[in-house]
Design a protein around this ligand. Sequence first.
Ligand SMILES: NC(=O)c1ccc[n+]([C@@H]2O[C@H](COP(=O)([O-])OP(=O)(O)OC[C@H]3O[C@@H](n4cnc5c(N)ncnc54)[C@H](O)[C@@H]3O)[C@@H](O)[C@H]2O)c1
Length: 249
Amino acid sequence: MGRLDDKVLLLTGAASGIGRASAIRAAREGARLFLTDVVAAGLEETAKRVTEQGAEVEFRAADISDEQQARASVAACVERFEKLDVLCNNAGIIAYERVHEMSLAFWRRILSVNLDGTFLMTREAIPHLLKTKGAIVNLGSTAGLSGLAYGSAYSASKGAIHAFTRAIAVEYAEEGLRANSICPASIQTGMSGTAKLPKAAKLELLNRLASLQGAAGPEVIADVVVFLASDEARFITGTEIRVDGAALA
Ligand SMILES: NC(=O)c1ccc[n+]([C@@H]2O[C@H](COP(=O)([O-])OP(=O)(O)OC[C@H]3O[C@@H](n4cnc5c(N)ncnc54)[C@H](O)[C@@H]3O)[C@@H](O)[C@H]2O)c1
C-alpha cells in the first residue's frame, strides 16, 4: 500500500531539484504522474527515474507562465489519466537585484513565472480537482514569510503564493478541495547555487534565512509534498508548513 495509490499527480518544475525528488518519492508511494518543465532533457531523465520505480508517467515540456501551455498541460494530463487528484505547483525561478536598480522587466519575469504560472496552472486544474476532492500543494518559501535581501521580487512572489493558497483553501473548503504551501529553506538544488548576488551584497542579511541544521537535500521537501498530497493530510488546508531547520523559529 502506498500513500498515493490511485492518485494522479501533476507536478511542475519536475526536471530537477525538489520537483525531481518529489516525482520519485510520489512514484514510490503509488502515484501516477504527469510531469512538466521548460527543460525537456531534465524532464525526460526524471520520467526515466519515475518509470524505474514502476510508476506510470507522462511528461510534457511546457512553460507555466504561458496561458495556452498551462491549459494544454492540464488538459493533456486529464486526457491521459482521466482525472486529476493533486496539483503540485513547484516550478519557480529566483534572481537577485537591489530594489533601486531593478528593472520592471526583471520584476515582471519573476512574478510571471512564480505567481502568474501558479495561478494559471491552478485555474486550469481546479475544475478537475473539484471532481476528485483533490489537493493543491504549492511551493512557497521562507522568503515569503521573512524578507530576503536582494530577492525582493522572489520574496513578493512567494508571499503572494501563500496568500493565494490560503484564499483558495477558504473558497473551496466546503467542496472538499485542499490547498497548502510548503516553505523550504537551504535546500541544495540548482536554484540555491547559481543565482548571482549584487556587488557588495551582505551575506549576513541572507544568512538570516539559513537553516540552523545546515543544508538539506530536496528529499526533505519531497516527503512533505507527498504527505500534503495524501489523505493523511485530509484536515490540513490553508496553511504554510515551514521546512527550514528552525531558520524562522
Ligand atoms: N532550493 C531552495 O532552497 C528553495 C527554498 C525555498 C523555496 N524553493 C522553491 O522550491 C521550488 C523548486 O525549486 P528548486 O530548489 O528545486 O530549484 P530548481 O531550479 O532545481 O527547480 C525549479 C524547476 O522549475 C523549472 N522552471 C523554471 N521556470 C519554469 C517555467 N516557466 N515553466 C515550467 N518550469 C519552469 C526549472 O526548469 C527547474 O527544473 C521553487 O518554487 C522554489 O522557489 C526552493
